[in-house]
Design a protein around this ligand. Structure first.
Ligand code: ADP
Length: 396
């Protein structure tokens, strides 16, 4: 069954076509700079990349373009839109309404709309992606896979804030957590790699991309996670602040004359590694740190220290731990970050092997030394594949 995965952002559409149930990726691609003067579409197939620059006025045009590229005889992917039997859509916020992957109908779309307020940057483009795809792939079954769904198993003691109860009761103010598709995927494949039943695995999954989060996985379920009601708290991120005393916001507003809009933009776009080191690309910061740049070194220290603290916290929560799993752009590629996070943790049974840690490839691999009682893994994430798997399993 050919399953298409669509991840629509405000000005981009990521797509991937899978042959299910094998999970073979037939092609993947990206439509970028939608609505700008110059946009682009690219498609990867069998390791070869094809791309073209052209103006893409809106998502409708972008998705029609995805359809026509997939049908282009030169890629030999599909002959007609109706060959795509299922479309799995990434939807960032499912609130409490969506605990699992769901077939999309008009009621589901209404509910996704009601959640716009909880994820104003993400849910509206996700919704538009669904509306447009339903027209382009009108014979397919459309399915929503929510970033928050994996975390719906959090117990109330982990998801409630110590705020007046009515804020939860009336407005749904609570921890929802994000990156759930990635945490779920790497937890499962890491457990399988360790020959542990995924439903019994106790893991800490560390997803370090531009956004970053950690999840405490106990018996295969998410029991705590670092992102909250919005994707702004927890770890230090590319340009997002992570944990912060809310008093700082009042101080800036009341004593320093900052508007709430300015503080919001600062916490989302000018903080994290961008704020600390002037750059949100961990590659550049790592290179600078290795060349002796003190600002970059301090930024990396803060970044890794936060992860280390949460490892301690989650070990206390989970009990006997099977493994720590690093994933996403930074987690998969930065040996330095993994080393700084794991150093001086032998008292907790965590010791990495420096030679194994330096190995670079795109395979799942162990990087712990044989002195370590905790497995430490680098597990490449694949959110698109996980969406395809979830979509297929639901329809099967
Ligand atoms: P997104 O959250 O946008 O999906 P990714 O998971 O692709 O992001 O991660 C992007 C991050 O990965 C960037 O900050 C990038 O600098 C970082 N990254 C990629 N390769 C390396 C590397 N070799 N060393 C350090 N960081 C890296």
């Amino acid at each position: 069954m050919k399953t298409l995965v669509i991840n629509t952002g405000s000005s981009s559409i990521k797509f991937a076509l899978f042959q299910m149930p094998r999970g073979t990726e037939l092609a993947s691609g990206l439509v970028e700079q939608i609505g700008e003067e110059k946009g682009a579409i690219s498609l990867k197939k069998d390791g070869e990349k094809f791309s073209e620059q052209l103006q893409i006025q809106n998502h409708q045009v972008g998705l029609a373009l995805v359809g026509s590229w997939l049908m282009d005889p030169k890629y030999a992917l599909i002959d007609a839109p109706n060959e795509v039997k299922a479309v799995g859509h990434r939807v960032v916020h499912g609130g409490e309404a969506f605990q699992k992957t769901t077939v999309i109908n008009s009621e589901v779309k209404e509910k996704i709309k009601e959640l716009f307020g909880l994820a104003p940057l993400h849910n509206p483009p996700n919704y538009e992606g669904i509306e447009v795809s339903e027209k382009v792939f009108s014979e397919a079954i459309h399915v929503a896979v929510f970033d928050t769904a994996f975390h719906q198993t959090l117990p109330a003691k982990a998801y409630r804030y110590a705020l007046p109860n009515y804020l939860y009761d009336q407005y749904g103010v609570r921890v929802y957590g994000f990156h759930g598709t990635s945490h779920r995927y790497v937890a499962r494949v890491s457990a399988e790699h360790l020959s542990i039943n995924p439903d019994k695995a106790n893991l800490i999954t560390v997803h370090l991309g531009n956004g970053a989060s950690m999840t405490a996985v106990k018996n295969g379920k998410s029991v705590d996670t670092t992102l909250g009601m919005t994707p702004l708290t927890g770890l230090v991120m590319g340009s997002r602040v992570g944990d912060l005393d809310p008093g700082v916001i009042f101080y800036l507003e009341e004593e320093r004359g900052y508007s709430i809009e300015k503080v919001k933009a600062m916490l989302n776009k000018q903080s994290g590694m961008k704020g600390l080191a002037g750059d949100n690309d961990l590659r550049t910061i790592t290179n600078r740190a290795e060349a002796g740049d003190e600002q970059a070194k301090l930024a990396l220290d803060i970044y890794c220290y936060r992860i280390k603290k949460y490892i301690g916290a989650y070990m206390a929560v989970i009990g006997p731990l099977d493994g720590i799993v690093f994933t996403a752009g930074v987690g998969e590629n930065s040996a330095l970050v993994r080393k700084l996070v794991c150093e001086e943790m032998s008292h907790l049974g965590i010791v990495i092997d420096d030679v194994k840690n330096e190995v670079r490839n795109d395979q799942i691999r162990d990087i712990n030394s044989n002195k370590s009682s905790v497995n430490v893994l680098v597990t490449p994430t694949n959110e698109e594949l996980e969406i395809a798997i979830q979509t297929y399993q639901l329809l099967k």
